[in-house]
Ligand binder design. Structure first.
Ligand code: ZN
Ligand code: ZN
Length: 646
């Protein structure tokens, strides 16, 4: 008999050799029907794997991330089988599940896959799936595996790196593939499948290697799930920040300037500036001080910080000056500079915490294939800050930072978020630097701050960096996609490397603790997420232009200008559309450009000294005739709905 512990803590005594599916059946038939995959003692296994020792069993369904992963990975096997059938002679490489679906990287040789093939592949995948083939793992020796794949240099490379005795194949139908496992019970539950796209991908992500074809797909247990997903994709396309950024004239990329280096157009720059001012105001209240540091630093700086060892080889190469031996690097991180600011003078514990904030632009090399709009760029500005404090101040500092992050989310309409606290793996203490006592203090401080602030959070053991525990926020956008925003990271490493110190109450020198934090992360990525979340309908306080004055005809130009002056006096950002166009056309364009308020001026308005207000997206409501003062009250009411005082 073995003891199988389930996640609810209940223990089942089962005979040795039961399978996860047997355990599921012993719980309920309903669970057995829905079980997709399982893990035993933390390792992913098949639902048909026999259990031989005591352990903890987790059964996953479609509703779990692991369940989806097994579902999609299994579908990639069926797709690979189909591709081999339809394109004989191709070489299969790797086919993992990803966040949304799966892909398979294939060397098509002299063959080519096009959109016209997609339907045929999808139909065949579903045909095979309906035959309910079971996935079965089989162990093979290294020699045998190499023999089987002797004509496939990719699989050969993968197998060469595996240890003999650990190599497994997965069989289903008449197909097999090199695979570690983690499959659904049989193909029958795949009811809907779609090829999403094909793209070029270098073998092992290295541009020096051969370019393969990556075939992206997704599958679902119900047709309706696929329909919903495709609708979501359409909406995501409409909201794509690259498309909106162009339409709203926010940013631009020039091949001449360089890939991955965004150029901010006036409207985009105004948007960025508003976000910066917003955060600066809140940070000032939270006790931060602004600092400014250069865009480059001596190579030595990054050798000291450890960044050079980590990123040096794969990043932008050093800049050499005409002087002998001088080497500078583009700044990949602001932290080393801020450490040196801290080091500019001695500190006493009474001076701490010091909170240095900077909208610091950093440069990191990304392969051209990895670049994507504003979300993956080579130069970006972080809303960075570093807090230097005593270990006892961590608790209060964490709460302070969480307040700031929540204020940012609230003011920008991100209402749906969760948090993750990453702590040590206690079974592996040598992995971490810093004293056990300090780690305990920091972990407790983060957890108590997260509890105190009512965050919906999970604790992940072993997810902490070697240099300190952290708190990450995961934000869900309007399309239900998750984004990581607002990391708060404790660091015991850089204070050590830069020999930071303060004089304690005991008159001795101590190391301060450092906290890295950036609520937006990077301005570029944040604006991309915000664009896709709001579809460009930013909160009014953030809009580059809050109102557009539409004159009924050119005759009212002077009055329109007078209105603009008055608005400016009231600090309302507006512009005039005085073109010789019909008012209908002007309104349509203003709606498309997402101006929150349209102010129509004509004879009547000029005579009464009023404006006729129309709010975006409220066509049915009719226009309201108001004075500038009344309009100011209206717009402030709208602003106050989202923007609160920090
Ligand atoms: Zn597999
Ligand atoms: Zn930092």
């Amino acid at each position: 008999m073995i003891k199988v512990t389930l996640p609810d803590g209940s223990v089942k005594k089962m005979s040795q050799g039961v399978t996860p599916m047997d355990v599921a059946k012993s719980v309920s038939e309903g669970l057995a029907r829905n079980v997709i995959t399982a893990s035993y003692n933390g390792t992913t296994i098949e639902t048909t794997t026999t259990l031989k020792t005591d352990g903890t069993l987790i059964l996953y369904t479609w509703n779990d991330k692991e369940g989806k992963k097994a579902f999609w990975h299994s579908t990639s096997h069926v797709m690979a089988q189909t591709l081999e059938e339809l394109f004989p002679g191709i070489k299969l490489t790797l086919g993992p599940a990803i966040d949304n679906g799966f892909y398979y990287d294939v060397d098509f040789g002299d063959k080519k896959i096009t959109d016209a093939d997609f339907k045929k592949i999808e139909d065949r995948v579903l045909e095979i799936s309906r035959e309910k083939h079971e996935f079965k793992m089989r162990s093979v020796s290294k020699a045998e595996a190499l023999e089987v794949y002797k004509n496939n240099e990719y699989k050969t490379e993968l197998i060469s790196n595996l240890e003999d005795g650990t190599i497994t194949f997965c069989d289903h139908s008449n197909f097999f593939d090199l695979c570690r496992g983690g499959h659904i019970p049989n193909t029958g539950i795949i009811k809907a499948m779609k090829i999403l796209s094909v793209a070029g991908a270098y073998w092992r992500g290295d541009e020096k290697n051969k370019q393969l074809t990556r075939v992206y797909g997704i599958s679902f247990p119900k047709q309706k799930d696929l329909t919903d997903y495709l609708e979501l994709l359409e909406e995501a396309k409409r909201r794509d920040h690259r498309k909106l950024g162009k339409e709203l004239e926010l940013f631009h990329f020039s091949q001449k300037v360089g890939q991955g280096l965004p150029l901010w157009l006036p409207k985009g720059a105004a948007l960025r500036d508003r976000l910066e001012q917003f955060l600066k105001r809140a940070q000032k209240k939270a006790g931060y001080e602004q600092v400014v540091t250069p865009h480059i630093g001596m190579k030595d700086l990054y050798v000291t910080s450890g960044h050079y060892a980590k990123y040096g080889a794969d990043s932008f190469q050093p800049i050499h000056t005409p002087a002998e031996g001088e080497e500078f690097l583009l700044k990949p991180m602001n932290c080393p500079h801020h450490c040196e600011i801290y080091n500019a003078r001695p500190w006493s514990y009474k001076d701490l915490p010091k909170r240095y904030a900077e909208f610091g632009t950093v440069y990191r090399y990304e392969q051209s294939g990895e670049l994507h709009g504003l979300t993956r760029v080579r130069g970006f500005t972080q809303d960075d800050a570093h807090i230097f404090c005593t270990p006892d101040q961590l608790d209060a500092e964490f709460k302070n930072v969480i307040d700031l992050v929540l204020y940012v989310f609230g003011s920008l309409g991100f209402e749906n978020f969760t948090a993750q606290v990453s702590v040590r793996d206690l079974s592996n203490p040598d992995k971490y630097i810093g004293s056990v006592e300090n780690w305990e203090k920091a972990e407790n401080a983060i957890i108590s701050a997260a509890k105190d602030k009512g965050l919906n959070f999970v604790i992940e053991a072993g997810e902490a960096a070697f240099y300190g525990p952290k708190l990450d926020f995961m934000v869900k956008d309007a399309l239900g996609r998750s984004w990581q925003l607002g990391t708060i990271q404790v660091d015991y490493n850089l204070p050590e490397r830069f020999e930071l110190s303060y004089k304690g109450a005991d008159d001795k020198l101590h190391r301060p603790v450092m906290i890295h934090r950036a609520p937006f992360g990077s301005m570029e990525r944040f604006i991309a997420i915000l664009l896709e979340h709001t579809a460009g309908n930013f909160p009014i306080w953030l809009m580059p232009e809050q109102a557009i004055i539409l004159s009924l005809s050119e005759k009212y130009e002077n009055y329109a200008k007078k209105v603009l002056d008055l608005l400016e006096n009231h600090e309302i950002r507006a512009l005039i559309d005085n073109r010789n166009e019909t008012i209908g056309k002007k309104i349509r364009e203003a709606e498309m450009n997402k101006y929150p308020f349209m102010l129509i001026v004509g004879e009547e308005e000029e005579k009464n000294g009023t404006i006729s207000v129309r709010q975006r997206g409220q066509e049915g409501k009719g226009n309201i005739s108001v004075t500038i003062e009344q309009f100011e009250a209206m717009i402030n009411e709208e602003i106050n709905k989202t923007l609160k005082q920090f």
